[in-house]
Design a binder for this molecule. Structure first.
Ligand SMILES: *[C@@H]1O[C@H](CO)[C@@H](O)[C@H](O)[C@H]1NC(C)=O
Ligand SMILES: *[C@@H]1O[C@H](CO)[C@@H](O)[C@H](O)[C@H]1NC(C)=O
Ligand SMILES: *[C@@H]1O[C@H](CO)[C@@H](O)[C@H](O)[C@H]1NC(C)=O
Ligand SMILES: *[C@@H]1O[C@H](CO)[C@@H](O)[C@H](O)[C@H]1NC(C)=O
Ligand SMILES: *[C@@H]1O[C@H](CO)[C@@H](O)[C@H](O)[C@H]1NC(C)=O
Length: 427
């Protein structure tokens, strides 16, 4: 549940978040004031993430967690929809430095991005390079999951893991268990998962949901009303995840900060770079996307190939952030969100001030990644630390050079721009 420019938004509302209001918005964006866009999407229809006890792997010839043809079509159409929304903002040709696409490193998210881009950037006459193929290549960037703090929500972080552990043991979790006692018992018996825990409910829901959407017959004991109970249980369980300030900071803060920083860098220089559009391929998506789940005011998990759009608008010299959610697959429905932390007109300044608390100052330290007993990991950490300090050193020299401006200044975005340039090396 968790979007690169958009990321920040996921954090804004708390869940459950009755104060978040949403109102229908037109598909076409007001491009006259638009300056920069971050789009964060979820992948399309896929096979189940993991198998159930006693499952026959042949049921899913594509393998587990893989994008299906249905999913490819959903993303292709989302790409066409984005093209419609941002017509007049983006050039009608694909310009390599205008758009940046970044995906997490999964087959399904990379393939979703590629399907999307086929719909988003069909070649113009003069871009065609084959008379048979109405398609042009568009670069999709990724980094290994082990280093992906922006998009890989399960990246190694002991403090976040411990926090989640305590959520599963909390009274809130016990209340949910109590409320759904009978449902848990039923599914535990039928699916042969003894002692079914809240934290494992997703795997059942995921499998039966994927069977339903891919026309794979359910086991004879499962009917629509029991599946509906399972959905309610699943939604209640996933709402517990990423519920705390700490988890938002550790699991989503890096992306949020990046999005907001990028807005600042866009704002302070007339045209620092031509880049005006960032597409963020889905994060882990499946169970508890901390982004989507935060913005989503309903209690349901984000649907396939839906997107969160975080836009920077400039009106009379002032910068505003607007958040939109296209929350229904293959539909023109789109909603503008108001977040309690930044009521419209939400200025970039106000949003930044309120969100700073989610920006990790030293993510590694906050995660408790200090020393590892695993020698391989230690070498890795030392290497990362070395690279990091070298980068810092160079950055420091550079800053000094640039009239000794402070490192993290949002009021004067020029340093952020620099920070991002450094980061771009590995983003
Ligand atoms: C990608 O697909 C291959 C072949 O099915 C599979 O072995 C691999 O685990 C998948 N990798 C990811 C990251 O999804
Ligand atoms: C499942 O069956 C429905 C109804 O027959 C059909 O419209 C749909 O395309 C099928 N889906 C898949 C993934 O085969
Ligand atoms: C669905 O299954 C449950 C549990 O087996 C059963 O109690 C219920 O009557 C069934 N509902 C329908 C509509 O068949
Ligand atoms: C989409 O969002 C709107 C506004 O929050 C909500 O009323 C609607 O139920 C959502 N649709 C789905 C399918 O979640
Ligand atoms: C952020 O916004 C919330 C809701 O309006 C408010 O209660 C809180 O004090 C704000 N925090 C900061 C640091 O501005």
């Amino acid at each position: 549940m968790r979007i690169a420019g958009l990321v920040a938004l996921a954090f804004l509302p708390r869940l459950p978040c009755p104060e978040v209001t949403a109102r229908p918005a037109p598909v076409a964006c007001d491009v006259s004031t638009l300056r920069f866009v971050h789009v964060i999407w979820r992948h399309g229809d896929r096979t189940p993430s993991d198998y159930l006890p006693g499952d026959d792997p042949l049921k899913w010839p594509l393998g587990y967690g893989e994008l299906t043809k249905v999913g490819m079509g959903q993303h292709y159409r989302l790409g066409q929809w984005l093209r419609r929304r941002y017509t007049g903002f983006l050039s009608d040709h694909f310009l390599r430095d205008e758009v940046y696409i970044r995906s997490s490193d999964y087959n399904r998210t990379l393939m979703s991005a590629q399907s999307n881009l086929a719909g988003f950037f069909p070649p113009n006459k003069d871009e065609e390079w084959s008379e048979y193929l109405k398609w042009q290549p568009v670069p999709v960037h990724t980094i290994p999951r082990e280093t992906d703090k922006q998009l890989y929500e399960e990246i190694y972080c002991p403090a976040a893991k411990a926090e989640l552990e305590s959520i599963w043991k909390s009274n809130k979790a016990k209340e949910v268990e109590q409320k759904f006692k009978d449902v848990l018992k039923f599914f535990s018996e039928k699916s042969k998962i003894p002692d079914l825990q809240l934290r494992n409910v997703w795997i059942l829901y995921d499998n039966y949901f994927c069977q339903l959407s891919n026309n794979v017959t359910w086991p004879s004991w499962l009917n629509a009303s029991m599946f509906s109970d399972l959905s309610k249980l699943y939604n209640a369980a996933s709402r517990l995840e990423y519920h705390t300030e700490k988890l938002r900071r550790l699991r989503g803060g890096v992306l949020l900060e990046e999005i907001i920083s990028r807005f600042w860098s866009k704002k302070t220089r007339a045209a620092p770079k031509r880049e005006i559009f960032r597409l963020l391929g889905p994060r882990r998506d499946d169970r508890s996307d901390s982004f989507h789940s935060r913005v989503h005011s309903s209690n349901f998990f984000p649907l396939y190939a839906t997107a969160l759009m975080v836009e920077l608008h400039q009106i009379n010299g002032e910068n505003f952030v607007k958040i939109f959610h296209k929350n229904v697959t293959d539909s023109d429905e789109i909603y503008e969100y108001e977040i309690p932390e930044c009521r419209p007109p939400c200025t970039l300044r106000a949003l930044t001030d309120n969100m700073t608390r989610y920006f990790p100052v030293d993510w590694n330290a906050e995660c408790g990644i200090v020393k590892s007993s695993n020698p391989k990991e230690e070498v890795y950490l030392v290497t990362v630390a070395f690279l990091f300090s070298t980068t810092l050193l160079f950055a420091f020299l550079w800053v000094k050079d640039k009239k000794r401006k402070p490192w993290r200044t949002y009021r004067d975005g020029s340093d952020i721009e620099m920070l991002l340039d450094e980061k771009d090396e590995y983003i």
